[in-house]
Design a protein around this ligand. Structure first.
Ligand code: ZN
Ligand code: ZN
Length: 287
């Protein structure tokens, strides 16, 4: 059994990289990929303990991108996994991630200033403590509920944080094509994470994956905690039809998503065969 989609406390998980490695070894995982959001910090910290424990650790990342619909201008959040199977990611890629972090920080700073001027102060430090590498509006919203400024996260977005809200600050997130291109240029294999979230309507995910394939997407995360047995079968079939690689993992977040177990998902709904990684390694970044 392997797990190629996990988060540490460097993004929005709760286990430290060392604890995650320990948990993987204890349950007998044959391979583990750390795929924190927009950062390699968790992987970097896991590398030493994994080596010491003899665990097969895969370098990964989950990049947050937006797929814009040119007709509506609406951007759909698309998470792109990057797997570095043939070597370490390039310095350029790490710098690009650093720029992304900086723009996120700038946006959060401006957002905090606006809320302060509206008499609803939320400290940036609190937001960053909660959201780590992906600190942003959902974390502001949660804190605003805690502070009693609003009754719900939804209300926080409606009145303050959402587009048209009193404190709204725009942030340019990379487009999905850019995210995929950056992963490939860095020597990685790009795969779409939890494709079921692209849309449950028949044909939607197929169409979008086909489009992203044109940008250089090479893999589909067929195995995931959000996927029913039927979903898994459909995405395996789609990957076969499009000649794309298959990836899979639980999206383990520790205590942040307590229903999801490392390696096995929700009530054992994930089982990623070791052959998945062997095939990925066979393809590597050459595809
Ligand atoms: Zn995701
Ligand atoms: Zn994830």
């Amino acid at each position: 059994m392997i797990d190629l989609h996990t988060h540490t406390d460097e993004s929005d998980g709760t286990l430290s990289p060392g604890q995650l490695v320990r948990a993987a070894v204890d349950m007998g995982l044959e391979a583990l990929a750390v795929t924190d959001h927009d950062t390699f910090a968790g992987y970097d910290r896991a590398a030493g303990p994994a080596r010491a424990a003899g665990l097969d650790l895969v370098c990964g990342i989950e990049v947050s991108t937006k797929l814009r619909n040119p007709a509506t201008g609406y951007g759909k959040a698309v998470h792109v996994l990057g797997y570095f199977l043939d070597g370490v990611p390039t310095t350029e890629f790490r710098l690009w991630l650093g720029d992304m972090q900086q723009s996120r920080r700038d946006r959060n700073e401006r957002l905090a200033e606006r809320l302060e001027s509206l008499g609803k102060p939320v400290a940036l430090a609190e937001v960053e403590k909660l959201g780590r590498s992906i600190a942003g509006r959902p974390h502001f919203a949660k804190l605003m509920v805690e502070k009693g400024y609003v009754g719900s996260v939804q209300e926080a977005f409606e009145i303050y944080l959402g587009e048209g809200g009193k404190a709204y600050v725009e942030r340019e997130e990379p487009g999905v094509a850019e995210g995929i291109r950056k992963i490939r240029e860095a020597g990685g294999l790009a795969a779409v994470a939890h494709p079921i979230r692209l849309g449950r309507h028949p044909g939607v995910a197929d169409r979008l994956i086909g489009e992203m394939r044109g940008f250089g997407l090479r893999g589909i995360e067929a195995y995931h905690s959000d996927h029913s047995r039927q979903d898994v079968a459909l995405f395996l079939e789609l990957a076969r039809r499009l000649g794309m690689a298959v990836t899979g993992g639980t999206d383990f977040h520790g205590g942040a998503k307590p229903g999801i177990q490392l390696g096995t998902g929700i009530n054992g709904n994930v089982a990623v065969p070791r052959s998945v990684l062997e095939r990925l390694r066979g393809q590597g970044a050459r595809t």
